[in-house]
Design a protein around this ligand. Structure first.
Ligand SMILES: C[S@@+](CC[C@H](N)C(=O)[O-])C[C@H]1O[C@@H](n2cnc3c(N)ncnc32)[C@H](O)[C@@H]1O
Length: 199
């Protein structure tokens, strides 16, 4: 059954098929927490703008953005950092199942990374769980408004230090983490997906 999923050509274009890589508990979270396949492809197109680009998903969950991006842009490297060990483990399992070589998952907090190691960034509102009591992935970690502020400011600072030409894609973002020198280069019609470049 799983072999069928992997070899079927629709895997990276169908949310239902892709989500079938994961157990039911993870599939149920997809609508609110994992990037839809079409959005992931569009974001990856903007971020993998040259061969060898190192794209980091800040808060990579079960790896959906990275795995789809890596499939469509095999000359780029996709990295995902995820604080929840269980989600990281699901991302690793999906990576093994899809045999995607240009994806690397890291378990930890994004604040532990050296941002020099990455060129472009994807951000799907990873810190919002701290404010949104009714829609959390689980209750295994600590949440607070001050963590939201701390993480948003931390990300703002590291993005602000990146060189001109750095690309960022935000999805459902409140934009607190986007420094003013990032200019919008494109957006979806509903403005939930935004493509930015540092000038
Ligand atoms: C909305 S989900 C997006 C998942 C994935 N990027 C995607 O698009 O499918 C945000 C994820 O960010 C993770 N996250 C939140 N804060 C984090 C932090 N400080 N360091 C690492 N991961 C974090 C959460 O655990 C959650 O899995």
């Amino acid at each position: 059954m799983m072999e069928h999923i992997i070899t079927n050509g629709g895997l990276h274009t169908s949310n239902v098929m892709f989500d079938n890589l994961y157990p039911e508990t993870i599939r149920r979270l997809s609508k609110h927490h994992w990037t839809p396949v079409a959005i992931a492809r569009q974001a990856a197109h903007f971020l993998a703008d040259a061969p060898g680009r190192r794209v980091l998903d800040i808060g990579s969950g079960v790896g959906k953005f990275c795995l789809i991006g890596a499939y469509f842009y095999p000359e780029a490297h996709f990295y995902g950092v995820e604080q929840r060990k269980e989600l990281y483990a699901h991302a690793e399992s999906a990576r093994t199942l899809t045999q995607q070589a240009n994806v690397h998952f890291i378990h930890g907090n994004f604040t532990a990374l050296d941002f020099e190691d990455y060129d472009n960034f994807y951000f799907y509102n990873a810190f919002f769980e701290n404010l949104d009591e009714g829609n959390r992935i689980d209750h295994q970690i600590e949440f607070s408004e001050s963590l939201f502020v701390y993480y948003s400011q931390y990300l703002y600072t590291v993005l602000d230090h990146k060189p001109a030409g750095t690309r960022l894609v935000t999805f459902h973002s409140l934009e607190n983490e986007v420094p003013p020198r990032y200019e919008v280069r494109g957006a979806s019609a509903d403005r939930l997906l935004k493509m930015w470049e540092k000038v």
